[in-house]
Design a binder for this molecule. Structure first.
Ligand SMILES: N[C@@H](CCC(=O)N[C@@H](CS)C(=O)NCC(=O)O)C(=O)O
Length: 288
C-alpha cells in the first residue's frame, strides 16, 4: 500500500512515536511514517490506519499510520478462530485487524474479491490468501513450531487435511441455518431442523466414531489445525438452546477440550459463545 507520507519524507521522533502508539492503542510494530505538528502548515496526508485509506487534514496535527503487513483480517465468527489461535499459540508477528464492516469496501475487495474474513494480507505483490484452512496450513508450514499443529508425518498430515476438507463440505454447511440469525442474517426454522438432523444422523457419528475413535483429538493425541477448524464452529449450536441440549456429550466434551487447548484465544472463543448463548430472538427456543 503506497503512502503519501513516505513521499513527503516525514519521519517520526521516537518519543512521539511511542506516545502516539499508546494514544491510538496501536502496537509498537505499527510504523508511524510521518507526522507534522503544532500548527505547522502541511498538505493533507493519506491515512492508512485501520486498513482504510482516507484523507486526513487537521489544523495542528497531521499524521499517517501505515501498518506493516502481514495482517490477519478476522471476524467474530468461528472461521477466524483457527488462524487467530495459531498466531497466538506460535506467537507470530502478525497483526490482527477486525474486518467487521469492511469486507465489502473497495479497499478490502481489492485485496480479497471473495469478501471474506479470515484473510491474510501479505502486502505488496504477494497479495493475500483467504479460506481459513488455507491460512492455517500456510501459518503452520512457514513458521517455527508449526509442525506441532500440522504434523509432518505424511499419512497423519493427509488425515488432518481430509478432516479439514470434510469440515468445509460436510460439517459447515449444516451451521448457517442453525445460527446465522445471531449475525442478523435470514434463516429458516425448517432449514435449521433439517441441518440439525443431518448433524445428529451423519456428521457427529463420523466425528466421534471415526475421527475421534482412538484419540482425544482428530487422529491425534494433541490438538491440530483439524481440531481448530472444527471445534470453534460447534459453539454456533448454542444459539438454539434446545438443539444444544441434544448435542451428544462426546461432541460437547470434544468442543471444550479443543478450546481449552488454546487458552490465549479464550477471549475470541468467548465473544462468539456470548453472542450465541445470549441470542434470544426468533427461533432461539425452537425444538429440533
Ligand atoms: N469458507 C470460508 C468462509 C469465510 C466466511 O464466510 N467469512 C464470513 C464470516 S463467517 C465473512 O467474512 N463474511 C463477510 C462478507 O461476506 O462480506 C473460510 O473458511 O474462511
Amino acid at each position: 500500500m503506497g503512502c503519501e507520507c513516505c513521499r513527503l519524507g516525514y519521519r517520526a521522533q521516537t518519543g512521539f512515536l511511542r506516545r502516539f502508539s499508546k494514544f491510538y492503542q496501536i502496537s509498537t510494530r505499527t510504523h508511524l511514517l510521518a507526522w507534522s505538528a503544532s500548527g505547522r502548515k502541511s498538505p493533507p496526508l493519506i491515512c492508512h490506519s485501520l486498513g482504510r485509506s482516507e484523507e486526513v487534514s487537521a489544523n495542528y496535527f497531521h499524521c499517517c499510520v501505515a501498518r506493516t503487513p502481514p495482517f490477519l483480517y478476522f471476524s467474530a465468527a468461528a472461521n477466524s478462530h483457527g488462524p487467530i489461535a495459531i498466531i497466538k499459540h506460535l506467537k507470530l508477528d502478525i497483526e490482527l485487524e477486525n474486518a467487521y464492516g469492511k469486507t465489502r469496501t473497495p479497499e478490502f475487495l481489492a485485496i480479497n474479491p471473495c469478501h471474506t474474513a479470515p484473510c491474510l494480507e501479505f502486502g505488496g505483490d504477494d497479495g493475500a490468501i483467504w479460506e481459513s484452512c488455507a491460512i492455517m496450513r500456510y501459518l503452520c508450514v512457514n513458521n517455527k513450531g508449526g509442525e506441532e499443529l500440522y504434523p509432518a508425518n505424511p499419512i497423519l498430515r493427509a488425515k488432518v487435511d481430509m478432516v479439514m476438507d470434510w469440515r468445509q463440505t460436510g460439517l459447515y454447511p449444516c451451521l448457517p441455518d442453525i445460527a446465522y440469525m445471531v449475525f442478523g442474517m435470514p434463516v429458516t426454522d425448517e432449514g435449521a431442523k433439517k441441518s440439525f438432523a443431518k448433524l445428529i444422523e451423519e456428521v457427529f457419528p463420523i466425528l466421534v466414531d471415526v475421527y475421534l475413535k482412538d484419540t482425544p483429538f482428530c487422529y491425534s493425541e494433541k490438538a491440530t489445525i483439524a481440531d481448530l477448524a472444527i471445534a470453534p464452529t460447534l459453539t454456533f449450536l448454542k444459539a438454539r438452546k434446545n438443539f444444544w441440549a441434544k448435542v451428544p456429550a462426546a461432541v460437547k466434551e470434544y468442543h471444550t477440550r479443543v478450546l481449552e487447548a488454546f487458552p490465549d484465544t479464550a477471549d475470541n472463543f468467548k465473544m462468539l459463545d456470548d453472542m450465541c448463548t445470549g441470542y434470544d430472538g426468533d427461533g432461539a427456543h425452537l425444538e429440533p
